[in-house]
Structure formats: C-alpha cells, structure tokens
Ligand binder design. Structure first.
Ligand code: IMP
Ligand code: MG
Length: 174
C-alpha cells in the first residue's frame, strides 16, 4: 500500500521540547545520577537527543519488548525480547518511550521494572495519544499530546520505515 507522510510536529518543535524536558530532568535530579532505560526501537532517537541535554550524570540501558500486535495496533500481550544489561536496584530510573497509545505496553513494563527495586522510577514519553488509552499509565515527562492518528518519525515506524525522519509526521494511507 502506498502512503504519504504529512508533518505534524516540525524538527524545530521537537528539538525545543526535548531541550525543555532535558532542563526539567536536570533540575529534578540535581545531585543525583539518572539511569535512562530506552524501550527499543522507537525510544532510541528520543533518548539519545534527550541524554545530550541532561546535565546531571547519565547512564543508559536498553530493552526490547514486543506486543504481538498487528502493524498499527498492540494486543496487550507483552514479551521481553531483550532484557536490560544492568540491575535497577537503588537507581533513579527514567523509562524513555516514543509513544503511549493504549498504555498496555507501558503499564506492564513499569510494573515489571518496579519489582527490580529502583530507588525511583519515572516515565518519559515523547508522544501521548490520550484518546486511545485503555490502561491507566502515569506519565511524568511528556513531549506532546497528539490526536488519534498513526504517526511516524523520530524513532516511530510504519512497517519499519520512517524511523529516521527528523520530525513527527502523520501517515496517510491512499
Ligand atoms: P500501547 O501498548 O498501545 O501503548 O502501544 C505502544 C507501542 O505501540 C508504542 O511503543 C509504539 O511502538 C506503537 N505505536 C502506537 N502508536 C503508534 C503510532 O502512531 N505510530 C507508530 N507506532 C505506534
Ligand atoms: Mg515503543
């Protein structure tokens, strides 16, 4: 199927927002070290840009989960495909995600990570589609609330394409 991508948030808008979140996190974690947990693959572009703008010491780790979904919907069944390399015990952890949609993936993930006894655990997501929420998720740092549209860019894909777009676009199917 052919598709087109229409700009929703420009590169400048996204960059400015990431700068602001980075400043906020730097303030909130003054005197501490933050441990960023990136949810692959979508969170990777956002995490790298954000990490560069945090002024307190930062460590990073990655995990990959799959939600057994179709291309545009997640099923709620979450499987860990790649686990973290490091324990979370006693760390100030911020989970970095690309988008919270139904909330199923994140609510499962946050519960699982809480069991690993971090000193603190927060969630930072670039995008939020509140209209689609099925399971409640507490977002501590948010980039943008967006309408119920399928978006790509800045790590988000459609059929593994468009992750490299430096802006957020809406996919229009023809
Ligand atoms: P949730 O469990 O429904 O919140 O789904 C979250 C995951 O679905 C995200 O981490 C994305 O990988 C994917 N997803 C949800 N909405 C979009 C979208 O608009 N574009 C690309 N991926 C999306
Ligand atoms: Mg994701």
């Amino acid at each position: 199927m052919a598709e087109k991508v229409k700009v929703l948030l420009t590169e400048e808008e996204v960059d400015a927002k990431i700068q602001a979140i980075g400043e906020q996190i730097s303030k909130d974690y003054e005197g501490k070290q933050v441990h960023l947990v990136c949810v692959l693959k979508g969170g990777s572009f956002f995490m790298c840009e954000l990490a560069k703008r945090i002024t307190v010491p930062v460590s990073i780790d990655f995990m990959s989960v799959s939600s057994y979904g179709s291309e545009t919907k997640s099923s709620g069944v979450v499987k860990i495909v790649k686990d973290l390399d490091e324990p979370l015990l006693g760390k100030d952890v911020i989970v970095i995600e690309d988008i919270v949609d139904s909330g199923r993936t994140l609510s499962y993930l946050m519960e699982m990570l809480k069991d690993r006894k971090p000193a603190s655990l927060r969630l930072c997501t670039l995008l939020d589609k509140p209209d689609r929420r099925v399971v409640d998720v507490n977002v501590d740092y948010l980039g943008f609330q967006i309408p119920d549209e399928f978006v790509v860019g800045y790590g988000l894909d459609y059929d593994q394409k468009y992750r490299n777009l430096p802006y957020i676009g809406i996919v229009e199917f023809e």
